[in-house]
Design a protein around this ligand. Structure first.
Ligand code: NAP
Length: 323
């Protein structure tokens, strides 16, 4: 569907993860005719997640991409309009708010729900940057296939790292998890599952100093690890390195416009999705630095839609008077 270049929307939702889709479902049912701009990679982090076992309502594991397809279909079914359009600018000082897309399209909105989620963090090593796509990855479900029967390293100690290691242990011959502490912070059930995998070993209290490469084109051949206590260095051979050290909120669009917490997440009023700019609501991993689960993102998306609806209704007499 093509929009008029200066098209005015009542509510625009930016981002298509569990928060964005749930906001769209609730906003559509509130008769707000929301427009959801889904970006280049609709579905968010669940698109690169294989088994989801903790989303309520499903007795056995479901696939992340399937869950997102269902949410999208449900949102469209109840009347949300969804476009795979990537937002590049938001002007939150203007009223109505201005939105620019990478296609060159621009539109305005009376209210915005920001649900841009979070992006994978990297170690920040030059070798890591140089070898992305040549053995370095942050997505086992995307790239694990290339390491069938090989040896891989997984870096990190949270749910992401343990899940990546579990997934890779079914494909690779050997998985080495490198964690900078002596204990995982991942859920116990996942840690126990990992401990039972015979082809997984764990190098505790170690950081990756350097990713080692050789050949033409250069590909990963191993990593240099440093013991965080003794500073002792060792090299281990591996064909791939999967970095799974957490996520950072995707706030580029609103930096300098919305109040952010010191850790970079969007600040919202406690118990609410309201941000520092009236009419802008934030839901999901872009604002949640505590729980960061699919189900909590969905819950926050619901809250954002209900709050946006209330706010828009409260504005209506003012808007009509102004017009
Ligand atoms: P996380 O829980 O923040 O864990 C990140 C891990 O990476 C930590 O162990 C951390 O070490 C380590 N780390 C961070 N920076 C590092 C660095 N520069 N070098 C080496 N190690 C580093 O992140 P996550 O595992 O991506 O999980 C994010 C959120 O999503 C969590 O709330 C998690 O529960 C949720 N999640 C849930 C599921 C699920 O429910 N199945 C799956 C995936 C993610 P320290 O321990 O030393 O801090």
């Amino acid at each position: 569907m093509l929009l008029h270049p200066s098209h005015r929307e009542r509510l625009v939702i930016v981002g298509a993860g569990p928060a964005g889709y749930t906001a769209a479902i609730y906003a559509a049912r509130a008769m707000l005719r929301p427009l959801l701009l889904a970006g280049f990679q609709p579905g968010g982090q669940l698109m690169i997640t294989s088994d989801v076992e903790n989303y309520p309502g499903f007795a056995s594991a479901i696939q992340g991409p399937w869950l997102m397809e269902q949410m999208r279909a449900q949102a469209e079914h109840v009347g949300a309009r969804i476009e795979d359009e990537h937002v590049v600018t938001l002007d939150l000082a203007a009223r109505p708010f201005r939105i620019g897309c990478d296609s060159g399209r621009s539109l305005t909105a009376d209210a915005i729900i920001l649900a841009t989620g979070a992006k994978a963090k990297w170690l920040g090593l030059p070798s890591e940057e140089a070898l992305k796509g040549f053995g370095v990855s942050a997505c086992a479900t995307c790239d694990g296939f290339f390491f069938r029967g090989k040896k891989v390293i997984v870096v990190g100690g949270g749910n992401s790292a343990v899940e990546e290691a579990l997934y890779l242990s079914q494909i690779a011959a050997q998985v080495v998890v490198v964690h900078r502490r002596d204990a995982f912070r991942a859920e116990r059930i996942l840690v126990e599952r990992l401990a039972a995998r015979p082809n997984v070993t764990i190098r505790w209290n170690r950081e990756v100093d350097e990713i080692l490469a050789a050949g033409t084109p250069r590909g990963v051949v191993g990593a240099r690890l440093r013991d965080v206590a003794s500073d002792a260095v060792e090299e281990i051979a591996a064909d791939g390195v999967f970095v799974a050290i957490g996520h950072a909120p995707a706030t580029e669009l609103v930096r300098g416009q919305l109040a952010l917490k010191p850790n970079g997440y969007v600040e919202t009023t406690p118990g609410s999705t309201a941000t520092s700019v009236e009419g802008v609501f934030a839901a999901g991993d872009v604002a949640d630095d505590v729980f960061r689960q699919a189900v909590t993102a969905a819950g926050l998306g619901c809250m954002a839609a209900l709050e946006a609806d209330r706010w828009l209704v409260a504005q209506t007499p003012l808007r009509q008077a102004a017009e």
